[in-house]
Design a protein around this ligand. Structure first.
Ligand code: F6R
Length: 602
């Protein structure tokens, strides 16, 4: 998705702007641009289709300015071209605007502006914004009022930053798209996401919908849309800038797979005590969920698969639960009462479909909870409660460590719910297994043979992933990851469903990958045998290689663990399988085609 950056300081900030844009490139983009205030009445704009390196080549060290805005564009309205790249300007070039999101009424606004004599250079919805600001300036408004009034004409979702004339000020606002201010010692930054400026400052202010921000070298001012001054709290982000870099790894995805032992340690740190079987989630008082009657999970993609895993964890404890694809939630019209807990599972906390589902649940009277990785994200702020998964920044488009941390935190949440509702607590074996999980993942990472299996089968026609119960959700996730980064066809099936249709697709060219260690492993073994009987090469993921001697061509071994955690370990093997297959095929692993890290449009 598009990324916004702005930088306000007193020395030349063009390199910082370019660097911050590179830090945002994980979000996915097809064009990029910058505008800086440089003493002239018109900000200087440089933009192009292509990469941030192409933009740097165009700038060629010839651009200077201490105040500027920048953008990476992921095309929605109009193809990736130089003209459609942001920033967009008004007729006389005095106003430059960058925007994330979608302006829904852009067609009618454009008609009105064209009728009034404005000339448009792009096909984007964004371009109406500088022309609207220009209109209000011409009517005699001061820059801030012109910005306010222009934004007042918009409907849709947006985060906007603007430069107006030779003013050393950035004007910004948001509605439904994230925007965060970074407060440095001598500079300020504004971005769609913290990693953009994390190497310059870790002190942040999260903007809320409907707030207006003005930043100049002297300071910043946050107001409500009707002009009331706000006193926002400055939070410190505890992400390490090192963590946000690739280090010695070829790809962020691989780095993040290998960070899982650390991420899992963080997820459980201070929350479980295997000695006393105590569970303490600092976010909630004990008994906070005593009245919860049922749980509905909403999420998209990988987070939806974690949500499906969460359903089993609740059901295992006698808690009624269901998972919905967030985009289907409103039309599914699930029954909601004030005792229903609706949990938004969202790494970024900014996924538009998930936010909409949570808002729908809130309107219907449910209690809402965000299970998220990002402190201060929209989901965390809008929900009644938030449970942080503490995975650290995830840059690769393919979600990896956040899935594992989500599942572990869903387990903690399910256990908290059960205890608050007076149901039996799980035996101490579970917390002992949780405590041992990070080391188990480390062992798996040290010993995996996923690469050689990936190399052997990377030319196959299709890949089928099967499992039951929690291992079915992992099979779905394994298939999603595989297709996402290898571009090869992959599907996940409930093992029992194989014989009800998909078996027709199974041939010697379609490896079947079975996730075994969940409930009913014997039946999954049978399903693998059925696939093998049709000539499919079989890969079994299990802690007990001998048990699959007769059905598997290859085994990806995982350490033995608690039944409820087996899926997490199996999934790490599947992540590695996808990664190595994609690497074999030379795919752009961290930025798969057509995909974006944070999907902030419906
Ligand atoms: C797949 C992937 C996506 C996300 C989905 C939801 O690897 O990353 O399927 O899981 O877009 O994103 P969040 O969790 O940020 O709501």
């Amino acid at each position: 998705m598009c990324g916004i950056i702005a930088r306000v300081g007193s020395d030349n900030g063009v390199d910082e702007l370019l660097n911050s844009l590179s830090n945002l490139d994980y979000r996915g983009y097809d064009s990029a641009g910058l505008a800086v205030v440089n003493g002239d009445i018109r900000p200087t704009v440089v933009k192009c289709e292509g990469s941030i390196e192409d933009l740097g080549t165009r700038i060629d060290g010839r651009l200077a300015g201490s105040v500027g805005i920048g953008h990476t564009r992921w095309s929605t309205h109009g193809p990736p071209t130089d003209e459609n790249a942001h920033p967009h300007t008004c007729c006389d070039g005095r106003i430059a605007v960058v925007h994330n999101g979608i302006i829904e009424n852009h067609e009618s606004l454009r008609e009105r502006l064209v009728a009034a004599g404005h000339r448009f250079d792009s096909e984007t919805d964004t371009e109406v914004v500088p022309h609207l600001i220009e209109t209000y300036l011409k009517r005699g408004c001061d820059p801030e009022t012109a910005f306010r009034r222009a934004v007042g004409d918009l409907s849709g979702s947006y985060a906007i930053a603007a430069l107006i004339g030779d003013d050393d000020t950035v004007y910004a606002t948001r509605s439904g798209s994230p925007l965060v201010l970074g407060v440095g010692d001598d500079e300020y930054y504004l971005a769609s996401d913290v990693p953009a400026f994390l190497e310059y400052t870790d002190r942040v202010v999260y903007l809320e919908d409907g707030q207006l921000l003005t930043v100049d070298p002297e300071g910043y001012r946050l107001t409500t849309f009707d002009g009331r001054t706000l006193d926002p709290s400055v939070e410190t982000v505890n992400w390490d800038p090192e963590q946000a870099g690739k280090g010695a790894y070829d790809h962020f995805m691989l780095k993040e797979i290998y960070e899982q032992p650390h991420a899992l340690r963080q997820a459980i740190k201070g929350r479980v005590d295997p000695g006393t079987n105590e569970l303490s989630l600092e976010e909630f008082e004990e008994g906070a969920f005593a009245d919860v009657s049922d749980v509905q999970f909403v999420g998209c993609g990988t987070s939806y698969h974690a949500a499906l895993y969460g359903v089993h964890l609740c059901s295992n404890r006698g808690i009624p639960a269901a998972a919905y694809l967030a985009s289907e939630y409103a039309t599914s019209q699930p029954r909601i009462s004030e005792d229903t807990l609706v949990v938004g599972v969202t790494q970024s906390g900014e996924t538009a479909d998930t936010l909409n589902a949570l808002r729908e649940a809130d309107r219907a009277g449910a209690r809402t909870l965000a299970l998220t990785n990002v402190v201060g994200s929209t989901a965390a702020r809008e929900c009644d409660d938030a449970l942080l998964i503490r995975a650290g920044p995830e840059i690769g488009v393919a979600a990896t460590k956040t899935f594992s941390s989500q599942v572990v935190c869903l387990l903690l949440l399910a256990e908290r719910l059960a205890r608050d509702r007076g149901l039996d607590e799980s035996s101490s074996d579970l917390f002992a297994a949780l405590d041992a999980l990070p080391d188990a993942v480390q062992r798996l990472l040290d010993e995996t043979s996923a690469r050689s299996i990936a190399e052997r089968y990377s030319g196959a026609n299709s890949f089928f992933f099967i499992g039951r119960n929690t291992c079915f959700t992992v099979a779905l996730e394994g298939a999603l990851k595989f297709k996402e980064i290898t571009y090869e066809h992959a599907e996940g099936f409930a093992a029992g469903e194989l014989k009800h249709g998909p078996l027709a697709l199974v041939t010697p060219e379609t490896p079947a990958i079975g996730v075994l260690d969940g409930p009913d492993r014997e039946k999954t073994r049978h399903s693998l045998a059925e696939a093998r009987a049709r000539g499919a090469p079989v890969v079994a993921i299990t802690c007990d290689p001998e048990s699959v001697d007769d059905v598997a061509d290859h085994v990806l071994e995982v350490p033995r663990t608690h039944l409820e955690l087996a899926g997490v370990l199996a999934n790490v093997q599947l992540q590695l399988l996808s990664y190595h297959a994609a690497a074999m095929l030379s795919r752009p692993i961290d930025k798969p085609r057509n995909l974006a890290k944070s999907v902030t449009v419906e």
